[in-house]
Design a protein around this ligand. Sequence first.
Ligand code: GAL
Length: 319
Amino acid sequence: MLEPGAIWLDTDGAPIQAHGGGVLYRNGTYYWYGENKNAENVADPAGTGAFLDRVDVIGVSCYSSQDLLHWKNEGVVLPAVADDPAQDLHSGKVAERPKVLYNVQTGKYVLWLHIDTADYKYARTGVAVSDQPTGPFEYLGSFRPNGAESRDMTLFQDEDGVAYLIYSAEWNATTYIAPLTDDYLSTRGEFVRVFEQQYREAPAVFKHEDQYFMVTSGCSGWAPNEAQYAVAPTVQRPWTVMGNPCVGPDADKTFHAQSTFVLPVAGKAPGSFIFMADRWNNKNLRDSRYVWLPMQIEDDRLTIHWRDRWDLSEFEQRL
Ligand code: GAL
């Protein structure tokens, strides 16, 4: 059973450390990548404000599973760098929201993540590659995609193989959607600006039938706020804002969580998607929890209801 908000243990009995994460499904296995926050909170080193509750970077964790219930710890696949403060992956920086895609043309696993300084002013995207889903990933460096700030971000791979970086730019005011090069290692120089001046974060994109959906949060740091979803006929636009997909008690706070990814469930009927969100505990970030919930889609209507516990039998088998 999945218990949103409970402590989730891996197959060794240790709490899973994969925050702000995403899941890649490949050859019958789910790989869950996320931020390993298994350290004490540290005082804000830059002295710039309470919203910067943080732990030092440990790296990107990977867990594998065949059933989305039993997760084997595959270790830290992109570790922090301890000794050189100039490095992007230095433990004193920020490395958040890792997402991984498999590139069929190159046979590489490509990881993108938000790289920042502790004051969130560096605002870049980092890229790493591996021959294996379980790493180790080789870090290639970071940049500002299309010259713009990039903070919260996700990747989306379309059915035609084209992948996109979706990121909060312009001090988070506007979301950019940018196609990646064929090898997924950089952006192409094209982008569209969506949700202009709407301050959306934590994007999660998926496709169902002929429509694209994007769930986002508002901008309130670790504190939960109301989610919003939008629909579009193409990945890039036009995006129509539809409102809050969450229904019921605490729906205005996304059930005390924040979107990170939407996972299509393998072997189930089309439309079987899991909403993955983080219930941040800003005063003890390592104890942040996972809120995964089934989503219901009817035409362009998306709804998410709270469940104390549930399992995949909620979804119909693929015929
Ligand atoms: C949130 C963001 C998180 C993290 C946090 C830091 O807005 O979604 O990924 O960066 O701010 O306060």
